[in-house]
Design a protein around this ligand. Structure first.
Ligand code: BGC
Length: 351
């Protein structure tokens, strides 16, 4: 028990290139788990979780300095918006008007543009809640920012639950109709050693379908069954087992970089999306979400630690939804409240 430590601490994390002061918050629960979050990008910089022998390690990929977060394009631990994932050619039309967003990963708009929610400073309030210590972040996105229509006021709360969970609650409202898709982009490595690849992690994904992509990693619009393909994780299997398969989808993405259509019930409560376990450390992470989709990214393009040294499970609406009438809508309108919740629960394998 870490009774002598404060549940929430704040310290200086440095100055951005533009000279703005940024903080690093540390949240601790009574089991000794800790979560580091900076209000630069709402970024998770550390998540200390015990293994089966009670040894604590950081299970997310991170940088040491604010400057590295500012220059990186890997979205380590970040909050991603206004629209997570890709919008083809950065274009969409809404209510009869055409919009052109920043094309920051040619030929597409990716993760909110040149300066998405991962590269801005959020207002932060540390609060103790019934569930555990939390950090409430707020960002006011101006109309026209990165080409998006209207203002979007976003609140995200990270809570480190006393039940060893990391809960992420999103809320947003707008003053003009706009696409919204928010996610969190931690790269997990449950071994606690970021220099090791994640290929032996066992992964289960609660999805019978996924959205196949074209050569630009944009969904074709098809909702395809995972059955009998390397994308099938309905039973737990090692991430690395089929990652180098010559299945067309795996070749296009250089591994896994696909949106799964979760078998959720759509009833509004977070439902089971994925379970990952790492055999040596015995660490287990379960993901529950209210979102209809989840991008499984196996870190194929990861330069900083090495390819496949971290995996992302980005709960989200489907990529390119503003151009895909067959996908669940991502359009938020004035007067509507955007709400979303994702829960990561940590435990260890029982021997
Ligand atoms: C995307 C990848 C991209 C990565 C980092 C993921 O969410 O699906 O294609 O390379 O983010 O930018």
């Amino acid at each position: 028990m870490f009774v002598n430590k404060q549940a929430i601490e704040e310290r200086a994390f440095g100055l951005t290139r533009a000279g703005q002061a940024v903080s690093l918050f540390t949240l601790r629960n009574k089991q000794g788990l800790s979560l580091g979050v900076t209000n630069y990008g709402g970024t998770v910089t550390s998540l200390q979780i015990p293994d089966r022998n009670g040894r604590f390690d950081n299970v997310v990929l991170a940088y040491d300095s604010l400057q590295q977060y500012e220059s990186s394009e890997a979205y380590f631990g970040a909050l991603v918006g206004r629209f997570a994932n890709r919008i083809a050619a950065g274009r969409f039309s809404l209510d009869g008007q055409d919009y052109q967003l920043a094309v920051n990963q040619s030929p597409n708009h990716l993760h909110g543009g040149e300066r998405g929610f991962d590269k801005v400073i959020w207002k932060a309030i540390a609060e103790q809640t019934a569930r555990g210590p939390s950090l409430l972040l707020n960002y006011h996105s101006r109309g026209g920012e990165e080409g998006y229509p209207g203002t979007l006021n976003v609140h995200v709360r990270y809570t480190l639950g006393e039940d060893n969970s990391l809960v992420i609650d999103y809320q947003a409202e707008c003053d003009r109709a706009t696409p919204v898709n928010l996610t969190h982009h931690s790269y997990f490595n449950l071994s606690g050693d970021p220099g090791r690849d994640v290929l032996r992690h066992q992964l289960e994904i609660n999805a019978d379908y996924y959205t196949p992509v074209d050569r630009n990693l944009v969904p074709t619009g098809e909702i395809a069954p995972v059955g009998a393909s390397p994308l099938d994780f309905r039973r737990p299997l090692p991430i690395g087992g089929r990652i180098d398969s010559n299945h067309e989808q795996m070749v296009i993405a250089g591994g896994y970089d696909h949106n799964y259509v979760l078998n959720g019930d759509g009833a509004g409560e977070a439902t089971f999306a994925a379970r990952v376990s790492e055999p040596e450390s015995g660490r287990v992470m379960e993901v529950h979400t209210t979102e209809p989709g989840m991008q499984f990214y196996s870190g194929n393009f990861l330069a900083d630690y090495g390819p496949r040294c971290g995996f992302c499970l980005e709960t989200q609406h489907f990529p390119d939804s503003p151009n895909q009438p067959g996908f669940p809508s991502t359009i938020l309108r004035p007067g509507q409240a955007f709400r979303s919740q994702t829960i990561h629960s940590f435990s260890t394998l029982i021997d």
